[in-house]
Design a protein around this ligand. Structure first.
Ligand code: F3S
Length: 643
């Protein structure tokens, strides 16, 4: 039987497990990336494993999230990452060099390679044919140390593309259409592959926009073939030697097929507050706009920003709109500067931000209260922008640019089309903001510099067969990692300071939770469906661990968060019958019994001591994950294995 693209890469990297539904597979990882918000923790964890030098083909530490420096914390953490990267053999991409996924696509990602990153949008590199997955920092630390990365063997979805995009309809509209069809839960346990005749009509940056936002489907990853378009992109980036062709076999079998005719697509928008709340832009045309933000790892390529410059050239942004633009990388910014497009943007009234995540992570540019913000980003969860009651619409650069001129959400196909942007034959190459690690002869003398913001990692308690503890928090469906551990400029500088972060845990849902948990010295969280969706942020597991959470009982989990809970040493349990969710209230005393056997055989019993109800739970984890839970988390498990 023929293989899909992902199956070919998995087969070539398989070190453990069987490529069969229901099995867990361990993959050899060629490349890793970290960003600074999760990276400090990943490097502390790496350090704790005691392996002197990384064993991957390439590892890169990017600084792109916390680039605002209003206190010493971010600067200290950057210095820590810079020095430890140098010591352990990791390249260091300085602040200002760009957003991790954009820079990785331009300079490092390779077809046919495996990549994991401590950022959920790592699948961006799927646009170039990498099998690229978002993971927790600890998983990345283990991969840097040469350990395998484990995933449930995924199902295969084919999105079969035909036709070509019409002018002013963009790659963003493709992924919004996929989100409309599949929903934010539709990709769980699947790898989404793109194929069909339409693929050749999409550039690598367009493909990367689509795979980037595959993260919002909950998919393990998304991937495009590597073809002549990929070849031309790598050649233009001076990396022709990194090219290899990669395609699914003609008789590859997919579990599901979704067909999309690119020529039939129209501009779409994801309305507040979910990326799958997708509507045609034309249906929103009377909506007044307060802010437009263009950038992020989804839509800040050279072609994206050139298109915006074309639309804005010679015009002025509406006086009632604030337009902020963050180019995805220094390469993009340098090109806009060299060809005059930057001047067109400035002349139109754009506020140019540095090449970093910026407003996407709530680092500045929060909208006005109850404001409408149009963003070319990938997420619009409530409060992520920094303004609780703002409504964020996710749109293409074309829709964003046209709307910032009119002051209303405007269908870009209703105005004259901007001239298409050709991909340059050669991108300007300058890697002088990527510092190389110390050599094998020098690394031992490199001193790792750490500031007072770096606090010890929390450690899981040994597993007991019975636990009688209170329900310390009860939350509903679709709890995101932003709910569990908010981001934003107030909190993010403390990402290596778990005790401080603990004060903000579940701040939006229940501000009393941290104090209650600290007082109780141990307890459980009860959640609804799709608990932990959103990001790879392992702080969303480490902070509850610090607060004494021993198990999280939900209707269902999002993949990366569930893995992060296991890695932290917290039991992830699911209701056998979803309706039993109603049988637990905040403050109830809950007893988990048969835990030791349950992590092996998949069944744990919960008794609600307050009401007398007995509730069956599932512990749906692999044999390897059961060992991790037993060992008190992945760090202890890895240490034990390396001993
Ligand atoms: Fe950064 Fe936002 Fe992407 S925080 S990595 S630009 S999702």
């Amino acid at each position: 039987m023929g293989q899909t693209i992902a199956q070919k890469i998995i087969a070539a990297h398989l070190v453990d497990g069987k490529m069969e539904p229901g099995c867990e597979v361990g993959l050899r990882i060629d490349q890793t990336l970290t960003q600074d918000a999760t990276g400090t923790m990943a490097y502390l964890e790496y350090e704790a494993m005691g392996i002197p030098r990384v064993r991957t083909e390439l590892s890169v530490a990017y600084i792109d999230h916390n680039t605002l420096q209003s206190g010493f914390m971010n600067a200290d953490d950057h210095r820590f990452i810079r020095t430890i990267a140098k010591k352990i053999g990791v390249r260091y991409s300085r602040p200002g060099n760009g957003i991790c996924h954009q820079v990785h696509l331009e300079r490092f990602a390779k077809p046919g390679k495996t990549l994991i990153g401590s950022d959920s949008h790592t699948p961006t590199a799927g646009g170039i044919g990498s099998l690229a997955m978002g993971a927790g920092g600890l998983d990345v630390a283990v991969a840097m140390g040469g350990g395998a990365y484990y995933i449930p063997y995924p199902k295969a979805t084919l999105v079969k593309l035909s036709g070509a995009l019409r002018p002013m309809v963009s790659a963003k509209d493709v992924i919004l259409e996929v989100l409309r069809v599949m929903s934010v839960k539709g990709g769980v346990g699947k790898i989404v592959e793109y194929g069909g005749e339409g693929v050749k009509n999409l550039t690598v940056p367009q493909r990367a926009t689509i795979t980037n936002m595959g993260a919002e489907l909950g998919a393990t990853t998304s991937i495009f073939p590597s073809d002549e378009v990929t070849h031309a992109f790598l050649k233009a980036q001076g990396r022709e030697e990194d090219y290899m062709p990669l395609a699914a076999d003609a008789d590859a079998v997919y579990d599901e097929v979704i067909e999309i005719d690119l020529s039939a697509l129209e501009p779409l928008a994801a309305c507040p507050h979910s990326p799958d709340n997708v509507k045609p832009v034309r249906s929103l045309s009377m909506t007044k706009v307060d802010q437009v933000c263009i950038g992020s790892c989804t839509n800040s390529s050279y072609a994206d920003l050139m298109t915006v410059a074309e639309i804005l050239k010679g015009k002025t942004v509406s006086p009632e709109v604030s337009l902020a633009i963050a180019p995805g990388s220094r390469q993009v910014l340098a090109m806009l500067s060299a060809n005059g497009a930057l001047t067109a943007l400035l002349d139109a009234g754009a506020r140019i931000l540095e090449s970093a995540c910026g407003p996407c992570i709530g680092m500045g540019q929060s909208p006005n209260s109850a404001g409408v913000s149009l963003r070319t980003f990938n997420r619009n969860f409530e409060g992520r922008s920094g303004t609780r009651d703002a409504g964020v619409y996710l749109v293409s650069p074309e829709t964003a640019a046209v709307s910032c001129l009119t002051g209303y959400i405007t269908d870009p196909t209703s105005v004259p089309a901007a001239a298409p942007v050709a991909m340059p034959e050669a991108f300007p190459i300058n890697d002088n903001m990527v510092d190389l690690p110390a050599s094998e002869d020098e690394y031992e003398s490199v001193e790792v510099l750490r500031g007072p913001n770096i606090k010890p990692l929390p450690v899981a308690q040994p597993l007991t067969d019975t636990m009688e503890l209170p329900c310390l928090l009860k939350v509903g469906d679709n709890i995101t990692t932003d709910h569990i551990m908010p981001a934003g400029s107030k909190i993010l500088p403390y990402r290596s300071n778990i005790p401080h972060l603990a004060n903000y845990c579940f701040e939006v849902c229940d501000p009393e939770f941290p104090a209650r948990a600290m007082a109780a010295e141990g307890g459980f969280i009860v959640g609804g469906a799709n608990y932990g969706q959103g990001s790879s942020r392992e702080h969303a597991a480490l902070v509850p661990l610090y607060l004494g959470i021993r198990a999280v009982v939900t209707v269902s989990f999002a993949r990366i968060h569930k893995a992060n809970l296991v890695n932290a040493g917290i039991l992830p349990l699911e209701f056998e019958n979803a309706a039993d969710y109603e049988k637990i209230s905040l403050g109830d005393t809950l007893e988990l019994s048969g835990v030791i056997a349950g992590i092996e055989n998949g069944a744990v019993t919960l008794t609600n001591k307050t009401t007398g109800c007995v509730i069956p739970l599932r512990c749906d984890i692999s044999a390897r994950q059961a060992q991790i839970i037993r060992a008190g988390g992945l760090l202890n498990y890895t240490r034990e294995k390396n001993r």
